[in-house]
Design a protein around this ligand. Structure first.
Ligand code: FES
Ligand code: FES
Length: 374
């Protein structure tokens, strides 16, 4: 069916399947600033402003959006070019997110900025609590919330026309250091010698200040360094704050296959039989892999390089599953729908094994082995 959607003030005819979410339709139309997260309405990464209010698009039907005003992060800022290239003209909110270091991976950033925009539209001078409340629908797994809250309060001040301190450490000068000023071995680690006069902000806004540099003096030479000990904008902050394609899910190539994983429903079980023949026969399925199809190479999930201190405890696919959600089979197909259908056609018989939920139990000599020798 064809929907008429008003996206970022442009009325567009967009094709959609009945029952398709607004998230899928917007991303397919190239609005990659609408991030694909949990798909269950919990994380908030997919939020847009619908008639000015934040709405999680993964749990909102595209068809319901007809006749409504949809604003995505691509509408924020003065020059919101689509594409990877950084563009100028950031909105004060985007600018403040960059300046305060409120972006780590940046996956939650577009939704946070939209939520903040909605707040500042109705409350120009919000309290910290109001900012926290406004951002509470967007989960951030890496930056946390302090920096985004600082960013929103900073942007609010800018939008009100107030002067804000530069976020470059210059607002909190280091105490004067005199050459030859000794630090005795006993003083190393004593906080009082590192603290400057402005270390303690007023209690009322202790969390909200955009004073980014703690009063730490490592060595006297640090004052002459250009970069070390000073805040720097993240190299990809501009593109992230504009919601541009930056993540694996944002990559689209012609003819690209979609991969899906069949996950274990059991915490500990041996795969007695696995039959993927029906899935392989399905039209549009390019490949189905089970543990019979790939070498059994053990690796560590800890992620260090060689020599690996972490335990060698994982296989891409194995004849055993060790937690709920462990990998059982992989499917590559032409579309997500075909891949999901193919997963349903894989037959698996499990032999359930004892489950250990207590580390002391797991350390007993007779505890079940994590993995069998090949
Ligand atoms: S992807 Fe929509 S709330 Fe998580
Ligand atoms: S989820 Fe990574 S910056 Fe928020």
């Amino acid at each position: 069916m064809i929907l008429q959607l008003l996206i970022n003030n442009v009325l567009q005819d967009i094709e959609a399947l009945p029952g398709e979410s607004l998230l899928k339709v917007l991303r397919r139309a190239g609005y990659f600033g609408v991030k694909h997260g949990c798909e269950t309405g919990e994380c908030g990464a997919c939020a847009v402003l619908l008639d000015g209010k934040p709405v999680n698009t993964c749990v909102y039907l595209a068809a319901q959006a007809e006749g409504h005003d949809i604003q995505t992060i691509e509408s924020v800022g003065q020059h919101p070019e689509l594409g990877w290239k950084a563009s100028r003209g950031l909105h004060p909110l985007q600018q403040a997110f960059v300046e305060t270091g409120a972006i780590q991976c940046g996956y939650c950033t577009p939704a946070m900025i939209l939520a903040a925009q909605e707040l500042l539209g109705r409350v120009p001078d919000p309290s910290e609590d109001q900012v926290r409340e406004a951002l509470s629908g967007v989960l951030c797994r890496c930056t946390g919330y302090l920096k985004p809250v600082q960013a929103v309060l900073r942007a609010a001040a800018v939008l009100r026309g107030e002067a804000v301190d530069p976020v470059d450490g210059s607002g909190s000068p280091l105490p004067e250091w005199l050459p030859g000023d000794p630090i005795s071995p006993e003083q190393v680690g004593d906080p009082s010698i590192y603290e400057g006069p402005e270390t303690l902000p007023p209690a009322a806004d202790v969390l909200a200040r955009t004073q980014v540099m703690p009063q730490i003096r490592v060595v006297p030479e640090a004052r002459t360094w250009e970069r070390v000990g000073k805040p720097e904008p993240k190299v990809d902050a501009i593109k992230l704050v504009q919601g541009k394609p930056a993540f694996a899910a944002d990559i689209e190539k012609r003819g690209m296959l979609v991969a899906k994983v069949l996950h274990s429903p059991h915490a500990h079980a041996r795969i007695q039989r696995i039959d993927a023949s029906r899935a392989r026969e399905m039209e549009g399925v390019a490949a189905v892999l089970t543990h019979h199809d790939i070498p059994r190479v053990v690796f560590s999930t800890a992620g260090q390089s060689d020599p690996i201190p972490g335990p060698l405890d994982s296989f891409s696919l194995d004849n055993k599953v060790r937690f709920v959600g462990d990998r059982v089979a992989f499917v590559a197909a032409e579309t997500e729908e075909i891949a999901e259908k193919a997963l349903e056609l894989i037959e698996v018989e499990y032999e359930l094994l004892p489950v250990l939920l207590d580390p002391t139990q797991a350390m007993q000599p007779d505890a079940p082995r994590l993995h069998d020798p090949a």
